[in-house]
Design a protein around this ligand. Sequence first.
Ligand SMILES: [Mg+2]
Length: 415
Amino acid sequence: MKLNRRIFIKSGLGAGVCAMARSHVSAAGPRRESLAQLDKAAAAPVLKIASIKSPVKIASIELLRNQRDFLVRTTSTDGAVGIAVTNSRAAYLYPILQQLIIPFFIGKDARDLESLIDGVYVYRSNYKLSGVALWCCVAWVEFSILDLLGKIMDKSVGELLGGVIRRGIPIYVASGNRHTTPQQEVDILAKHIERTGAGAIKFKVGGRMSNNADSMPGRSEGLIRLVRKALGDKVTIYADANGSYDCRKATEIGKLMQDHNINMFEEPCPLDHLEETKCVADALSIPIAGGEQETSLRRFRWMVHNSAVQIVQPDLHYNGGFIRAIRVARMAAEAGMTVIPHMSGGGVGYVDVLHFASCTPNIGDFHEYKGGLDKTGPWYDPPLRLKNGAINVPTGPGLGITAEANILRDAKVVE
Ligand SMILES: [Mg+2]
């Protein structure tokens, strides 16, 4: 099934619109967007910071640690401060951050952030390390500079990144299990829904990068057959294979998902096997999601242009920050696709997703939440709360962590 028809059907628009979409596809070929359109969308300026009239010279960027949490603090020569929380990978990626990323930004004007992100990729031949380890470190500096600029403007990062259009973000709960039986797993999913009020859940299929092997014999098929019947028709259900299958097996599993009204099939094939992923997408009507470990805007462009996925999943940390994720989202929008960012573990990854979802027009319906509100919700003012299956977007300047947050109080600089 071709992309446009699938998206129109999924969006619940009327049959007349679907017919129009189909005729548009057949008349104009399988894709509406050209590569030139994608390039133009990706290259357009992102930041809305024209009201800052004087240079914001970066004096220092430091890594701080508070027990298991890491922070990046950027200070301008005028004394403005930006703070960002990293994901858990900072515990072993910090030498890249300190030796290859931070030195490039010192003395630069923070208002040039968009071009600085391109610049740091080439600095000291950093592009030779291209991948999640490099781009995580760039993302943490980008987050802290955005926080600093937001504080200067007294606006949230969503305003800097294009304008806040949503203030509450519906979540899905990902169970993350592969050791449970189908019955145990649907019981766990039902409890998550009861506890959070979430309108959507996600469960794991396959054995994780396992070359078609299941985590337990028959678990995936059994779970797919059971989950819709057990949870009812109102819940949105996502399934994630973490690259478990080749095209043949993923197509077989995906057809079973279609038969049982699963709403999204995430990462059916290994992360870098884009041809196999496209092979699955071409064979099925269920939307295919992917891109969580992708760090190349050109490969995202290929995925979008070739309809290798229908839902694009950049990770805000792994892919180098908000600005690069917005470039991916804009390419996806040209092809009528939605974006559901992947969420990095540790820190406040779910809050980064809240900000991104607050300002991205083609955002998906539900976003990942793995817990953590009890600890990190009070860092924001007003505190973040999960109510009726949605979390409020921070409204404070920058990323919204208050100066009184206890994460900052006892943090020490990592030398
Ligand atoms: Mg995944």
